[in-house]
Design a protein around this ligand. Structure first.
Ligand SMILES: Nc1nc2c(c(=O)[nH]1)N[C@H]1C(S)=C(S)[C@@H](COP(=O)(O)OP(=O)(O)OC[C@H]3O[C@@H](n4cnc5c(=O)[nH]c(N)nc54)[C@H](O)[C@@H]3O)O[C@H]1N2
Ligand SMILES: Nc1nc2c(c(=O)[nH]1)N[C@H]1C(S)=C(S)[C@@H](COP(=O)(O)OP(=O)(O)OC[C@H]3O[C@@H](n4cnc5c(=O)[nH]c(N)nc54)[C@H](O)[C@@H]3O)O[C@H]1N2
Ligand SMILES: [Mo]
Length: 754
């Protein structure tokens, strides 16, 4: 076996997970701080876990946290600090050579700094000077649309709302955001099908589901609290079906750390009933295959005098487009389906049987579905399949996109979008007496292209690590270095901060775990989870430094400096965040009685029409949509290898906590390439060989092969290291999400083995 590779045979969760929590905590912070921080997490008067967007049961009593949530909290609440001495000691050229892990591992930023080109160092700057330098660069632009306003999905509703207000009063709709790299196919594709770009289920629905499909997501690492929900479905004897090229431990077996009984007896719940190892990028073919055999089985049942397998009354009352879908599926041949999915017809038929035998079905999905050239199509085909049996808008059934960042859904809800509609803009204008620009703005891919081409000249990042998270980092690095202004509002140092423009400013902000005190006293913020539940979050820890400001306060500071004639009373909004929420309510009617309703333990659920079979489409119907994806020749050779990029167990997006990926058996390294044994044999390669991976002219050199349970024709390695293989134009045609998970590649033995 290759160095650092050890097969992991135990269940996910369990003692191993608890031990990892303890270690993370010991390393990062003192014990008393840690206990306080973890005890406040996901409590009614505590803070929302910054780990993921999976909801909490009732959000009230149970002390629920998971290993990776604890890591996220301890990483933020670390006792390590980046001080002015640090920046005096290290030049930016030197820091550039450090790893992403080393950069963030220096701890929390403590004061505003700006880049001084003469000394090649960041030097302290006062908040007021930072704001006025930023204002100068922004006001020097020929046109406000030369400014990019990036949001990462940790920003609260309050911060995001003020941010879009600032940008729009300034005159730009350029809102690249992390959603553009994540669930954009959901936001773009699902409204056309069911009238809303959000999930339709709540946690209660999982208690009533007769089958749950987990497609292209890895909850053991990325949404660990979901494992318990899935284990409960399994314990009720209902099938959990997995569609994933890799065998993921958390989806096979789970030991509940919140259930001491299970831990003491060392028993684990088997989760999956069927595990289909689809070829990377083959999901559209799977959905079409299921529909094809469903139509066949339905016809047979009808011919035998049965009532069929489709929900005909639902289809008649609630949908349009059925005939077109049916004929498209009839015209798709099995050979194509089998070749594209990599699955035998019998497996697809067995899956159809499971689907059709269950009364109520939930489909859950993540990045394994969205980050493809046909990401939007995959989601719409999933919706087609659900609609055929009326699995939408009734208890125990629906669609469940697993959102990434803890408030990425909320940011969108409160106006972070480059394609705002007129109704929203006119309400915003009316609420503040401003005139928002009407022309649509840039998403992430377009923003980077505009920066590369010199059409955009300033970038403000509200969190995140844009240049590392995006495709084609080379383009991003050069583009940032040619800007007039790069501002990063962050908690920790990262590579995007080091991309120095003419003016480069790092503004350190409070994290979610910390007290946020403004003129009227301590403040709460609000977030929206994956299931449209909105609730308050209040940090309890002492801030990492007295100089930190909250995200809303920083945005207000930038706005007041940049817009001397502003129509917005920023000071009042910042003094009391209830005032911001009143304005959110004025602009978005779904937030009625906002300040009262977040007082309720657990908060409230925003309206999701499709959950009640109210379809907010132009004709009030749900739509079967026909696409040409599976048959379309997109210039790819079906027999080539396709690389997908995944998260390790020790990382949060571009934040690398450590070098282990426990459930996949990888220890102390990330430079590995997971491959199928038979593919390796065909290529004359074997586990432990060091290879170079190529996609066109792009190369990622020196990965060590690991023989892994992965579908044939498929390879996997870690993000963000592999982003150099993804071109900026390699994206879903509809939503423009980068195709991070279907990179056509070839592999060859490295010239020099390491
Ligand atoms: N601890 C931790 N938690 C996180 C994050 C983190 O980095 N660390 N990130 C957060 C964010 S922003 C997000 S968006 C979510 C991401 O959560 P996930 O969506 O679970 O993210 P990925 O690791 O990208 O995993 C995708 C899964 O899809 C599978 N897959 C890859 N290609 C395909 C394919 O073609 N078809 C199918 N069916 N499956 C495929 C992979 O094997 C993997 O199991 O997690 C959030 N939570
Ligand atoms: N190849 C490949 N690329 C991908 C993906 C993939 O699966 N494969 N996934 C994509 C996805 S789903 C996403 S969401 C993006 C993620 O893209 P981003 O959201 O841009 O990246 P993160 O790594 O989450 O951002 C980490 C930084 O956020 C800052 N930060 C942390 N907490 C806070 C806070 O509370 N406030 C503020 N202001 N800053 C904070 C820290 O300084 C930290 O360095 O990456 C995308 N890129
Ligand atoms: Mo994400």
């Amino acid at each position: 076996m290759a160095k650092g590779i050890k097969i992991y045979n135990k269940p996910a969760g369990g003692w191993g997970a608890l031990k990892a929590v303890a270690e993370a905590v010991r390393e990062e912070m003192g014990l008393s701080t840690h206990t306080r921080a973890l005890l406040q997490m996901n409590q009614p008067d505590g803070f929302d876990c910054p780990g993921c967007a999976w909801p909490d049961p009732e959000h009230t009593s149970s002390f629920e946290f998971c290993e990776n949530g604890a890591k996220a909290v301890t990483w933020e609440a670390t006792s390590k600090r980046v001080t002015s001495e640090f920046f005096e000691t290290h030049t930016v050229s030197e820091l550039w050579e450090w790893s992403d892990h080393q950069l963030e591992n220096q701890g929390r930023l403590t004061q505003p700094v700006r880049f001084d080109a003469e000394t090649d160092r960041f030097v302290p700057v006062s908040w007021e000077e930072a704001f006025s330098r930023a204002a100068e660069a922004l006001n020097n632009l020929d046109d406000p649309t030369q400014a990019e306003f990036y949001t990462s999905g940790r920003a609260s509703n309050e911060a995001a709302f003020l941010y879009q207000l600032f940008a729009r009063e300034f005159g730009s709709n350029n809102f690249p955001d992390c959603s553009n790299m994540c669930h954009e196919p959901t936001s773009i594709g699902l409204p056309k099908s069911i009238g809303i770009g959000k999930g339709t289920v709540t946690l209660n629905d999982f208690e009533q589901a007769d089958a749950v499909f987990c497609i292209g997501h890895n909850p053991g690492t990325n949404h660990p609290r979901m494992l318990r929900t899935l284990a409960d479905v399994s314990k009720r004897g209902k099938p959990v079906v997995v569609i994933n090229p890799l065998r993921e431990r958390g989806l096979e077996r789970f030991q509940d750390p919140q259930s001491p009984g299970e831990m003491l007896t060392d028993s684990a719940t088997g989760i999956d009933r069927a595990y289909l190892q689809v070829k990377v990028g083959g999901d559209v073919a799977v959905f079409k295959g299921i529909m094809k055999s469903l139509f066949d089985a339905d016809a047979k049942d009808m011919a035998a005098g049965g009532s069929g397998l489709l929900d005909r009354s639902f289809i008649a009352e609630h949908t349009v487009g059925f005939e077109a879908l049916k004929s498209d599926i009839e015209n798709t041949d099995w050979d194509t389906i089998i070749r594209r999915s990599g699955l035998p017809r019998e497996q697809i038929e067995a899956l159809t049987d499971t689907y059709a035998s269950a009364e109520n079905v939930i489909f859950c999905y993540g990045m394994g579905i969205t980050q493809h050239r046909h990401g939007t199509e995959a989601i719409q085909q999933m919706a087609n399949l659900l609609l055929l049996r009326g699995n939408m808008g009734r208890p125990g059934a629906g669609i469940c996109p697993l959102r990434g960042h803890s408030n990425v859904q909320g940011d969108r809800t409160v106006g972070i979008t480059e394609i705002p509609n007129e109704a929203f803009l006119s309400r915003l204008d009316k609420a503040f007496g401003i005139k928002s620009p009407r022309a649509h703005g840039h998403n992430a891919v377009n923003a980077l292209a505009a920066m590369r081409d010199g059409r955009s000249k300033t970038f403000i990042g509200l969190g995140g690590n844009f240049a590392v998270a995006m495709s084609d980092p080379k383009i991003a690095y050069d583009a940032f270095r040619s800007l007039d202004l790069n501002i990063q509002i962050v908690t920790k140092l990262n590579r995007t901060c080091l991309l120095t423009a003419h003016e480069t400013i790092i503004l350190p902000c409070l994290g979610r775990t910390e007290h946020d005190i403004q003129e009227t006293g301590p403040q709460s913020i609000t977030v929206e989870d994956s299931m449209s539940m909105v609730h308050a979050s209040r940090g309890g820890l002492k801030p990492a430094s007295d100089e930190l400001r909250s995200e809303p306060a920083i945005i207000a500071g930038l706005a007041m400096a940049t817009l001397p004639e502003t129509a917005v009373d920023w000071k009042t909004l910042i003094a009391d965040y209830n005032q911001i929420r009143d304005k959110i309510e004025a602009v978005f009617p779904d937030f009625f009685d906002f300040n009262e309703r977040i007082q309720q333990p657990g908060g409230f659920r925003l309206r999701v029409g499709a959950s009640q079979r109210e379809w907010d489409t132009p004709d009030g119907k749900a739509h079967f949509l026909v696409m040409s994806g599976t048959d379309e020749d997109d210039g790819r050779d079906d027999t080539a290898l396709t690389l997908t990029t995944i998260r390790s167990h020790d990382q949060y997006n571009t934040t690398i906590y450590g070098l282990n990926d426990r459930y996949r058996g990888v220890h102390g390294r990330r430079d590995v390439l997971f491959a199928n044994r038979d593919d390796l044999a065909d290529l004359g390669l074997e586990e432990g060989d060091v290879v170079d991976v190529r996609s066109g002219d792009r190369v990622l050199a020196g990965l060590t092969l690991v023989d892994y349970s992965i579908s044939r024709g498929s390879l996997a390695t870690y993000f963000p290291e592999a982003n150099c293989l993804v071109g900026l134009d390699d994206k879903d045609q509809e939503s423009e999400v980068p195709a991070y998970k279907s990179i056509p590649v070839t592999i060859t033995k490295a010239e020099v083995s390491l």
